[in-house]
Design a protein around this ligand. Structure first.
Ligand code: SF4
Length: 371
């Protein structure tokens, strides 16, 4: 059996599904109907693609969280990126192109002549800046801890010798977002299915503040179907035993302390600030930006651009979706006015967006499980 197939094995999957049913039975006797938040957008997509919801006991619900970097980026950031494209060649991950700003998206700006290039790797922006020393080059640096590490490496590479390179940053941190969610009385979460790749950087110890007495089970899981099922099994077992601790189902990648080398690189170039999240608001110390001494690489100060909150699309409920208050079909615009072809909000645009996941992979779910 190939390594990856070990995490897609049908017989093993059936065995775990049966364990889940038995654990859910125990929870039912205690009157617990667990709401588990998968924090990461990649988990959201993997859960939808693999039909995980369909095999869960009916009383177990999975709710999507704020872990899609494109989805949590404020419309005002898109406005600022469009402005940057009037002064520089702008490189961005492709997902960002169709995200609505206050009025336009980068795609519409590009169609109107803005100098915007989609790229798969930030190094494309560096290569362009090297090859075109007379042209200002801006990389749109958005993402969570997994992406922040390569962005810091980008800063290291550009620090000396690339005066025409800068970044417009909207970098976000997962633990402060979890802290904001658990302190929001409108949000009900019994356990966190914690992200895989982000945890490889920050380490499993980073979730300790959310577990323990009065806290919630926090289980780190990989992205394969069995990883996710094992992670949910760990959560249900903890809930059935009245426990709430950090459990690392993805130990083949994630260490308790995380990737210390990456953490040191990040803290060399970045400092925390109170970042605004689309639909959620400002969360204390939830963003990272370039330290003052690297201001020459900061597109905001370089071009005198200010990232304002901007205006979200009318009627879009992305904020509630990102907080886990609403499943996408609960949005009145879902699959009507808002589709991947004509997205109203970013959760329908991104390849990690909850609305896009429900649109692409939604099946006829058992009663009561799809909204
Ligand atoms: S369906 Fe569209 S409008 Fe509604 S929350 Fe999702 S992205 Fe926003």
């Amino acid at each position: 059996m190939k390594y990856v197939d070990a995490f897609r094995d049908p017989a093993a999957s059936r065995a775990v599904v049966s364990e889940l049913a038995s654990l859910a039975g125990k929870l039912r006797e205690s009157g617990i109907r667990p709401a588990i938040m998968e924090v990461c957008g990649t988990h959201t997509m993997a859960i939808a693609r693999n039909g995980i919801r369909d095999v869960l006991p009916p009383e177990v619900s999975l709710i999507s969280g704020p872990g899609c970097p494109v989805c949590v980026t404020e419309p005002g950031y898109i406005d600022a990126a469009i402005l940057a494209a009037t002064r520089a060649t702008v490189f961005t991950f492709g997902d960002m192109l169709n995200v609505p700003g206050s009025e336009d998206s980068l795609a519409t700006a590009r169609a109107a002549g803005a100098d915007v290039h989609p790229c798969y790797s930030p190094s494309a922006a560096l290569d362009f800046a090297r090859a075109n020393p007379a042209r200002e080059t801006v990389f749109l640096a958005i993402g969570f801890e997994t992406t922040i590490a390569p962005v810091a490496a980008l800063a290291a590479a550009a620090e000396n010798g690339l005066p025409n390179f800068s970044m417009l940053t909207a970098l976000k941190l997962v633990p402060p977002a979890l802290a904001a969610l658990v302190s929001d009385p409108a949000v009900h979460i019994d356990a966190f299915l914690c992200p895989a790749h982000v945890s490889a950087i920050i380490g499993s110890d980073a979730y300790a503040p959310f577990a323990g007495p009065g806290g919630r089970p926090c289980v780190i899981a990989g992205f394969e179907p069995l990883d996710i099922l094992y992670g949910i099994r760990c959560i249900l077992a903890q809930l059935a035993d009245g426990q709430a601790f950090v459990e690392n189902e993805y130990a083949r990648v994630v260490k308790p302390e995380g990737n210390v080398k990456a953490q040191n690189l990040i803290s060399r170039y970045m400092e925390p600030y109170d970042a605004a999240w689309r639909g959620i608001g400002v969360i204390p110390a939830s963003g990272l930006r370039l330290r003052k001494q690297y201001g020459a690489m900061d597109a905001e100060s370089r071009f005198g651009i200010r990232v304002e909150p901007g205006t979200p699309p009318t009627g879009c409920r992305c904020g509630d979706v990102l907080k886990g208050i609403l499943n996408p079909p609960g949005c009145p615009l879902f699959d009507g006015r808002c589709t991947p072809e004509n997205p109203v909000g970013p959760c329908m645009v991104s390849s990690e967006g909850a609305c896009a996941a429900w649109h692409s992979y939604r099946r006829i779910a058992p009663a009561g499980k799809d909204a």
